[in-house]
Design a protein around this ligand. Structure first.
Ligand code: ZN
Length: 205
């Protein structure tokens, strides 16, 4: 792509670094922003900078939060003996929308992926195991997508928890359509949480 302006080229380059945004889409978005009043673009830029500067992650579940301990973790009506292990905030939002889960979450921040250089130490697994050792967790529900990375991550955590007397279960297979939990409809997702199966059983398939 040949640009008549270095400023334009830089903006398009930065925009195209976002996931799913190719050079053409980046150019379209940048030209759109260029037509907007300056205040509009400033609001977008400020919102992003503000987000990066001030965002917090819940000390307990690692979900994105505006406070130290998120609203879910600090809600006395939630069942702290039941913890659902998810990849990121989108899964928390999807499961919360079902209204079928009253336990707590643990947000891993990704999945183990040797291909992408993501190891257990890059995720919040250590913190999950430490929490499990405190003895409050009775059941852990794996709700990662059914990909090889999801399976690897589940199994890794499962092995780390051995001997702690914690029941592990997984949401029904085939629910996570197209790899992403967030795309499963609420009724199906809610049902798969209620009808979860023991993790050991999922290993035999
Ligand atoms: Zn939390």
């Amino acid at each position: 792509m040949e640009f008549s302006s270095k400023l334009l080229e830089n903006a398009v380059y930065e925009m195209s670094q976002l996931p799913g945004i190719g050079k053409r889409t980046a150019l379209r978005l940048v030209l759109h922003l260029l037509k907007q009043p300056k205040e509009q673009t400033a609001r977008l830029a400020n919102a992003l900078i503000n987000l990066k500067d001030n965002i917090k992650f819940c000390k307990s579940c690692h979900n994105i939060s505006d406070v130290e301990v998120c609203e879910i973790c600090s809600n006395p009506r939630r069942d702290e003996s039941l913890v659902c292990v998810v990849e990121d905030i989108r899964d928390v939002m999807a499961i919360e929308n079902t209204g079928q889960f009253l336990g707590l979450y643990h947000v891993l921040g990704g999945k183990i992926s040797p291909m992408e250089g993501v190891g257990p130490q890059d995720l919040t697994i250590h913190s999950l195991v430490e929490k499990a050792k405190q003895g409050k967790i009775k059941e852990l529900i794996f709700a990662l997508s059914s990909t090889m990375e999801g399976d690897t991550t589940n199994f890794y955590i499962y092995r780390q928890l051995e001997g702690l007397g914690i029941t592990t279960s997984t949401i029904a297979r085939g629910i996570a359509v197209g790899d992403e939990l967030e795309y499963a409809d609420e009724v199906t997702l809610g049902r798969s949480i209620l009808n979860r199966i023991p993790f050991e059983n999922s290993l035999k398939v």
